[in-house]
Design a protein around this ligand. Structure first.
Ligand code: T4K
Length: 369
């Protein structure tokens, strides 16, 4: 992979940078696109990338789409959901907007203060006669308690859509976490562990749902081009798929690299009394984000300011807690998420970040504390 320009001494260090294959490997794949003139409509490169991802992650059906938000919307459409969808208060706005754009109502459940994922013990209290599904998020790649969620869904006859935007590479009992739930929606955005620039995918073990997803992605056409469902345009282009294929060659390396840097951060910041970390309780994370939980928002602001003064730009994912976005949703109380969202900071973590830079960032934080 390319070690990009970020390594120069005074360049800003952002929360992330895309992992990119060498340019010549990308352009080599693109040659076929130039020769065939096939740019989109479920082309050969989209099919090739789908095949590679399925086989690597042992998945039954995977449909590439134009982004992770569309993947969530397509999952809701494919399951014909209309009503309340129970989700977490600690997430990116896309979880909420996908639910709302599909005409459903988000109902927020508070989070487990350790895992930062939806607290399964609080889900049942939010289920009403209008509830149709649960949409948990594997926050920062940390697997949810999938067994507990499955039990609740079965008991109440609900569908489960995982917002797995962060979770490619995360596992439960050594199998991809994407094997759980009715449909998983992943993101392949530039900032994700594997990227196609913009992109995403819907994953399911149901052949019937896979067929529906394929049709929804393509305006509702069937193979004979008759309109058989209410679909839209969710297609990924060949140019994006080519980038995904080039980057996918380095997937294992990127995964391992994240883990090493994640552990280095943790080692360097352990024993600081004013910091704690997200706890991985159910399987293995893909270590795609490194978050710290500070004692207070004031302390977070101090740490952020000091890092900024060194040209380092961590991010407050996810702030504020989405149940508080009054102009978008109706407020309901989720005290754990509201509190923690003020105190969580994601530190820079990406392929071309040097281990020396990780040490330096940790050192700056230690000094503030
Ligand atoms: N569900 C969840 C739980 C999600 O977190 C997301 C997206 C989704 C659903 C929806 O998936 P997508 O529809 O996006 O596929 C970013 C991403 O745009 C978003 O994908 C992600 N989650 C969210 C957590 O973070 P921003 O606004 O913070 O990203 P941005 O553009 O400020 O980028 C962060 C840093 O990355 C920049 O400071 C520099 C670097 N960067 C970014 C881009 C886009 C690059 O170096 N190159 C780039 O091309 O939202």
């Amino acid at each position: 992979m390319t070690l990009n320009h970020m390594l120069k001494e005074n360049n800003p260090i952002y929360v992330t940078m895309p992992s990119l294959a060498p340019l010549e490997e990308y352009t080599e794949i693109l040659q076929g696109v130039w020769q065939s003139g096939i740019l989109t409509h479920n082309g050969p490169l989209v099919n090739r990338l789908e095949g590679q991802l399925k086989s690597k992650l042992c998945l039954d059906h995977l449909k590439l789409v134009s982004n992770g938000t569309i993947a969530l919307q397509m999952a809701i459409k494919a399951l014909d959901l209309k009503g309340e969808i129970v989700t977490t208060a600690f997430t990116w706005i896309a979880t909420v907007s996908a639910i709302k754009w599909e005409g459903c109502t988000p109902v927020f459940v508070d989070i487990d203060p350790d895992t930062l994922n939806i607290d399964p013990t609080k889900i049942e209290a939010m289920i009403t006669k209008n509830t149709v599904a649960i949409m948990p998020v594997h926050v920062f790649g940390n697997p949810c308690d999938v067994e507990a969620i499955e039990n609740i869904a079965q008991k109440h006859g609900l569908k489960v859509i995982y917002d797995a935007a962060h979770a490619i590479g995360s596992t439960w009992q050594e199998e991809s976490i994407l094997r759980w739930g009715d449909i998983n929606a992943i993101s392949l955005h530039a900032t994700k562990l594997l990227n196609t620039g913009e992109g995403g995918a819907c994953i399911t073990s149901s052949e019937h749902l896979a067929k529906r997803l394929e049709r929804i992605r393509f305006f509702g056409h069937n193979d004979e081009k008759a309109i058989v469902e209410d679909g839209f345009n969710g297609k990924l282009t060949e140019v994006h798929a080519a980038l995904g294929l080039a980057n996918f060659k380095y997937y294992d390396e990127v995964l391992l690299d994240r883990k090493r840097k994640y552990e280095l951060y943790k080692e360097s910041l352990t024993e600081m009394s004013k910091i704690r970390f997200q706890v991985v309780k159910h399987g293995e994370s893909n270590y795609s984000y490194f978050s710290i939980i500070l004692d207070s928002e004031n302390l977070l602001l101090k740490v952020e300011k000091e890092l900024n003064s060194h040209n380092i730009f961590p991010r407050r994912y996810f702030y504020p807690s989405v149940n508080m976005l009054n102009n978008v949703v109706e407020y309901s109380s989720c005290p754990v998420s509201e509190d923690l969202s003020k105190r969580i900071l994601c530190l820079p973590l990406y392929w071309s970040l040097e281990t020396e830079q990780v040490r330096r960032i940790a050192e700056i934080i230690r000094k503030v504390l």
